[in-house]
Design a binder for this molecule. Structure first.
Ligand SMILES: [Zn+2]
Length: 125
């Protein structure tokens, strides 16, 4: 049995890591999650093309092509310092971020997740 990877495009925030890893391991039957992190990443991903998005895409491509990941989650979370805003703001950003990742045409399922104030996962898309 080989190690099964998933991929998360997540904020740097320490509160947003374990809930995402636990959720993805259980939901998608993977053994671990490659974490691509950037502050307020749902906001970065939902605004037009940027140098940060190019770097994020390159990092994700390693997870997909070298680790064989077939699931990519894009995450926003409560009380984000890098992308301040309420739950509706993050839901909107996560939706756009999922569209951005979809445009990359990787052979993977793409989902949007929100880590709420109780550090629970909400499935946005
Ligand atoms: Zn954050």
């Amino acid at each position: 049995m080989s190690f099964k990877f998933g991929t998360a495009i997540n904020c740097i925030d320490g509160r947003a890591q374990e809930p995402v890893i636990d959720f993805m391991k259980h939901k998608y039957g993977i053994d671990g999650v490659d974490m691509v992190t950037f502050p307020g990443v749902d906001g970065v991903m939902s605004s037009g093309i940027s140098d940060a998005i190019v770097l994020i895409r390159n990092a994700v491509s390693i997870s997909i092509e070298k680790h064989g990941s077939r699931i990519i989650a894009v995450i926003g979370h409560f009380d984000c310092a890098g992308n301040p805003g309420n739950r509706e703001h993050h839901y909107a950003n996560i939706g756009k971020a999922v569209q951005q990742v979809s445009s990359w045409k990787f052979d993977a399922e793409i989902v949007g997740l929100y880590v709420n104030d109780k550090r629970q996962i909400e499935e946005v898309t």
